[in-house]
Design a protein around this ligand. Structure first.
Ligand SMILES: Cc1cc2nc3c(=O)[nH]c(=O)nc-3n(C[C@H](O)[C@H](O)[C@H](O)COP(=O)(O)OP(=O)(O)OC[C@H]3O[C@@H](n4cnc5c(N)ncnc54)[C@H](O)[C@@H]3O)c2cc1C
Length: 398
């Protein structure tokens, strides 16, 4: 298909699960282009359990890859609320993040890759190697490229030992600063057993409680902030629960007593995106040590700039990544002014305006003010070298 499009000068928009939040998988309408849907390339090609790898096609739904790993007694750790629809090709092309802080982003799960280049040639880089210093690491070019450099058709993914015990805690906090401190304390007490550490503001929880009639606040009394933390270990559940209860001593917290209770806590966190739809959304990152300062600085700047604001803040504390969404709905009409306040704070603290969702169409222009001219020039050099005719996903990223 790509060779045919190259011959005809037809642009191509690769599309996975179409769950991306920045318009990357949607045609701009500016020129003649086709949508290339990858959903039928959905085979798990092979599992190599002694190498702890799976070779999967780009159209595999993320949840299906997780399930295949589980069936083989392993863990594929990438996890996000859209996992029932998003596809591996989309995950790699956006370098998706998600909730599993311990294992890193999608980029860190990839050992090898197969890519169709914009002229239709196929690069087979499906190597399952953990060490390979033979020149430029070409797969990195396509990770996070949002379909602008080629079409990912398959990848070799890392698998991990499956934890035999897990614990899920919902923890009350007075401030984001306390959350950052608690993460540091927990790391020193339980090490890399922390697999997720998700900050949830009261506004987010209230939106979820209004959206899900059968849901309830796990702590009963309201708290300004909470954290949903998940822990995994290879020992017994009793040992893990004992350690976590000890580490959380002095904190008001609920430790899930069953898988069902753990799922109901996760449901609260995963329902946040759909519970607060009509507002100005941000996906920012700052160094973890600056999270509290970012929230404080930006909250105050927004309250000065606009007469009424409602801030829905949640995110992945271990990655310094916040979804910082601003209502009420009327502010959507002033999106550019709202963005300016948020992006100024991000820049002041050395952060990024797109931590995990990419640039797509939505942030293509905004990035000009964040990246240096040299960085933008290098990005254009790569784009021109690989896609001189500009056929791959035009109007996105650059
Ligand atoms: C409820 C909800 C929660 C979310 N939570 C998170 C989260 O926690 N973390 C996070 O990172 N994201 C999150 N997202 C965003 C989204 O799910 C991710 O960006 C995901 O990785 C996109 O995968 P997809 O298959 O849907 O890709 P699509 O939306 O189809 O495409 C995304 C981009 O990748 C390109 N692309 C797709 N497939 C290929 C391919 N095979 N080759 C080359 N380019 C390709 C597209 O052209 C587009 O630019 C969330 C979205 C929703 C709706």
């Amino acid at each position: 298909v790509i060779a045919l499009c190259a011959r005809e000068g037809l642009a191509v928009v690769p599309q996975g699960g179409n769950t991306g939040l920045v318009g990357g998988s949607v045609p701009t309408g500016a020129r003649r282009e086709i949508v290339l849907a990858l959903g039928r390339m959905n085979r798990i090609r092979s599992l190599d359990l002694l190498n702890d790898t799976a070779t999967v096609e780009a159209g595999c739904v993320l949840a299906a890859v997780q399930a295949a790993a589980t069936d083989a007694g392993r863990l594929f750790p990438l996890s996000l609320a859209a996992e029932g629809s998003c596809q591996i090709g989309g995950n790699l092309s956006t370098n998706a993040g998600g909730v599993n802080v311990r294992y890193g982003t999608a980029r860190e799960q990839v050992l090898g890759m197969e890519v169709v280049l914009p002229d239709g040639r196929v690069w087979n880089g499906l190597r399952g190697l953990r060490k390979d210093n033979t020149g430029y690491d070409l797969k990195q070019l396509f990770l996070g490229a949002e379909g602008t450099l080629g079409v990912i058709t398959a990848a070799v993914l890392r698998l991990y030992p499956k934890p035999t015990a897990s614990a899920t805690a919902w923890i009350a906090l007075a401030s984001p600063a306390q959350a950052v401190e608690l993460l540091a304390t927990l790391r020193s007490r339980v090490g890399d057993r922390i697999s997720a550490f998700e900050l949830v503001s009261r506004t987010c929880l209230e939106a979820v409680l209004a959206h899900l009639p059968d849901a309830r606040d796990p702590l009963g009394a309201p708290h300004p902030w909470t954290v949903l933390a998940e822990f995994g270990d290879c020992g017994t559940a009793e040992d893990l629960h004992g350690r976590i209860a000890e580490a959380l001593d002095g904190h008001e917290a609920v430790l899930a007593q069953s898988g069902e209770q753990a799922r109901s806590l996760w449901r609260l966190r995963e329902s946040i995106p759909e519970a607060q739809f009509s507002n100005v959304k941000h996906d920012i990152s700052v160094p973890v040590s600056k999270i509290a300062e970012f929230i404080d600085l930006t909250d105050r700047a927004l309250k000065c700039a606009f007469t009424s604001t409602q801030i829905f803040c949640f995110g992945h504390v271990g990655d310094g990544n916040l979804h910082y969404n601003i209502g009420p709905a009327a502010l959507v009409a002033q999106r550019d002014a709202v963005n300016r306040v948020v992006y100024d704070a991000v820049e002041r603290l050395g952060g990024s305006i797109s931590a995990e969702h990419g640039l797509g169409q939505l942030k293509r222009e905004a990035i000009r003010n964040q990246k240096s001219p040299l960085e933008l020039e290098l990005m254009r050099v790569l784009k021109t070298a690989l896609d001189p005719k500009g056929l791959m996903n035009p109007g996105k990223v650059l």
